[in-house]
Design a protein. Structure first.
Length: 230
């Protein structure tokens, strides 16, 4: 399975809070601006407003909507948002999932308001499949590094992250596929090359009579004088 190419830490932290956000991250990803507050103001009750703010900010921070259980979010995040909303009883967020459809309805509204795209979206899926081979061709990266690049690309373009195994097949498999394609192109180029080329290249390694250096060694040595002849 391609997911086995990932490190344990990658697989375990994918699409979730692997640790508590530090202060700069809280101020960047969990700050509620005027547009955020307008959307949150539509909710009734502190628990609904705080729960909606959590979904709004966590999807920005990790790239996907978390399951509906608020304890999946570090408590420092909940407290930070509650302070901005003037919610005194932070524990009220536990009531957010009492009505199951609420969290899904909020997620759909947040997705539409902030223009998040589904991973299955035809247009953005095509763009993503174009990005992966291009990245693999132009950078000497293994499957694990390419997986990280895939996650970064999806987050930058507000494409909701799929399951880890789905993305591993695309990311890790993309690197392997490009490597196989490169090998095929190399074999094809070898078949088209001049048959005499290998012998000519080997001949350049020999030191000509009357010279102390072979041709590659001569070309490797820098000029000794800063003059036109040099």
């Amino acid at each position: 399975m391609p997911v086995e190419l990932l490190t344990y830490e990658q697989a375990a932290s994918y699409g979730k809070f692997s640790e508590e956000p530090i202060r700069p991250e809280l101020e960047r990803f969990f700050f509620l601006d005027d547009e955020d507050r307008k959307l949150i103001a539509k909710r009734r009750g502190d628990h609904s407003r705080l729960g909606s703010a959590l979904r709004m900010c966590t999807v920005c921070y990790i790239g996907r909507f978390l399951p509906d259980d608020p304890p999946d979010v570090p408590w420092v995040v909940i407290e930070h948002l509650a302070a901005q909303l003037g919610v005194g009883d932070v524990s009220c967020v536990k009531r957010y999932t009492e009505r199951k459809p609420t969290a899904y309805e909020h997620a759909w509204e947040i997705r539409d308001a902030y223009e998040y795209r589904e991973y299955e979206d035809a247009e953005w899926s095509r763009r993503f499949r174009t990005f992966l081979p291009g990245r693999a061709w132009t950078h000497a990266e293994g499957p694990v590094a390419l997986f990280n690049q895939a996650v970064g690309w999806l987050r930058r373009h507000r494409v909701l992250l799929p399951g880890v195994s789905v993305l591993a097949r695309q990311g890790c498999g993309g690197a392997e596929g490009c490597g196989e394609a490169a090998a095929r192109d190399g074999r094809a180029a070898a078949r088209r090359a001049d048959p005499a080329l290998p012998g000519d290249l080997v001949a350049t390694l020999k030191t000509p009579e009357g010279s102390r250096f072979s041709e590659p060694e001569r070309l490797r040595r820098p000029p000794t004088r800063a003059a036109s002849t040099g």
